[in-house]
Write a protein that binds this ligand. Structure first.
Ligand code: NZQ
Ligand code: ZN
Length: 387
């Protein structure tokens, strides 16, 4: 097992009717800026619940944060936070609103040129951020309990991530009932995103010297396989929605990463697809992952066989068949929750594999757990998903 350090300072308040806990979670006598997205919280009653909990508090609102939050929108919110001498950011929404809050929190105190520079060295230069908390309405990203944020800059076709311990939410409220209003497309997206978060940490080429982390990862994967279809079939079944919500948080709250290498190449390539063609985050992952596993079949052979056995019960027959079956079943699962897995499903132009690889090449870094993926590999991975 590799050396590791684990730090997880976010208080999770989980369950029915928990938005009312906001007054005790928020710091006293601080100016709050409530951040939200395109208006779903106004339609499903969450805005009303948050407003009631904030009665008597000094707060302002900033709405209109888009899915795949845009840099320019975030800069407008930074200006508001500065003008109003905001002391605390409250994100109410999905991963996009949460990530925007993290970026705004760090950009508020950024002094080294334009705030886009804070993505340099993946956020290592961030020294200070506004404190923040969240009311999560979409199970998917794990942003509610982690230190990552991903921001898009549409003007330059970029989508970049940073990581900083300064942007851990102080608390996140997770009331599964707030997610009943989600369209099935977003539920399916959340299932696929959480699934891929787990395998990015579980499937890096390595020996199997971390059995606890392996089984924790498998627990999340099997829960997603069981509860995902259930919650799609019965969107207001509280228990299956609650199980999905907690599984998505556990998929990327840092515990599965302890002592093991991460891959993250599927995410890196997926971000380029979103930056160029606007695919939903999970759609991009559903396209990349099967191609990446087929392309890296030899490097990941042991892990693919392990995954085939533990997650899909494939223990007999020739190794290559077991691996192919595991990939085929993964793809079928993604499609069964409404997320297509072929580039052609999204009607992208024929040169999409090449353009995506070129866009990633601008970063000047090789990707994957062993930096084993370069520009030609990205093109080859996507070409495999062209059918
Ligand atoms: O904007 P509103 O009107 O709120 O609508 C949103 C949005 O249109 C809607 N929605 C959210 N909660 C709802 C709801 N609609 C009805 N009822 C509700 N309860 O859903 C749409 C998508 O929301 P978004 O926040 O964009 O989705 P998600 O949570 O999947 O976040 C995606 C973003 O997170 C990043 C992605 O790259 C993408 O930018 N990620 C962040 C990560 C992290 N911070 O650790 C890791 C991930 O890998 C991912 O990269
Ligand atoms: Zn993701």
């Amino acid at each position: 097992m590799n050396n590791f350090e684990y730090y997880g300072p976010t208080r999770i308040v989980f369950g029915k009717d928990t938005i009312g806990r906001l007054p005790e979670l928020l710091p006293a006598d601080t100016r709050i800026l409530l951040l939200y997205g395109g208006g779903s919280i106004k339609r499903n009653g969450v805005h009303e619940q948050v407003g009631a909990a904030l009665a008597g508090r000094d707060f302002a609102e900033f709405g209109g944060i888009e899915p795949n939050p845009d840099y320019e929108t975030c800069l407008k919110a930074v200006a508001v936070a500065r003008e109003r001498e905001t002391g605390f950011l409250l994100a109410v929404g999905g991963g996009s609103v949460l990530d925007a809050a993290k970026f705004i929190a760090a950009a508020r105190y950024w002094t080294d040129g334009e705030p886009w520079n804070l993505f340099g060295n993946r956020g290592a230069g961030i020294r200070r951020a506004l404190p923040l908390g969240a009311v999560l309405t979409l199970p998917a990203t794990g942003s509610e309990m982690n230190k990552n944020a991903v921001i898009s800059r549409r003007a330059t076709h970029e989508k970049l991530a940073f990581v900083s311990p300064h942007v851990f939410p102080q608390f996140s409220i997770l009331d599964p009932a707030t997610t009943f209003s989600l369209p099935s497309r977003q539920i399916g997206n959340g299932i696929v995103d959480a699934f891929v978060h787990v395998v990015e940490q579980y499937m890096a080429a390595r020996d199997t010297s971390a059995p606890l982390q392996d089984r924790q990862a498998e627990a999340v994967l099997l829960t997603l396989l069981e509860e995902g279809p259930k919650t799609l079939a019965n969107p207001t079944d509280y228990d299956s929605r609650a199980n999905l919500m907690w599984a998505a948080t556990c998929a990327l709250n840092g515990t599965l990463a302890c002592g093991v290498p991460g891959d993250w190449a599927t995410h890196m390539i997926g971000h380029e697809l979103t930056a160029l063609y606007g695919l939903d985050h999970a759609q991009s992952l559903a396209v990349v992952l099967p191609g990446l596993w087929r392309h890296r079949r030899e490097t990941k052979r042991e892990r693919l066989l392990h995954y085939a056995a533990r997650v899909w019960g494939l223990t007999d027959g020739p190794e290559d068949e077991r691996i192919e079956q595991a990939i085929v079943r993964t793809e079928s699962f993604f499609r069964s929750v409404g997320v297509p897995t072929r580039l052609s499903d999204y009607k992208l132009p024929a040169d999409a594999p090449q353009r995506t690889a070129e866009n990633q090449a601008r970063r000047g870094v090789r990707i994957g757990e062993d930096q084993g993926i370069g520009t030609p590999d990205i093109e080859a991975i996507l070409a495999l998903q062209w059918r």
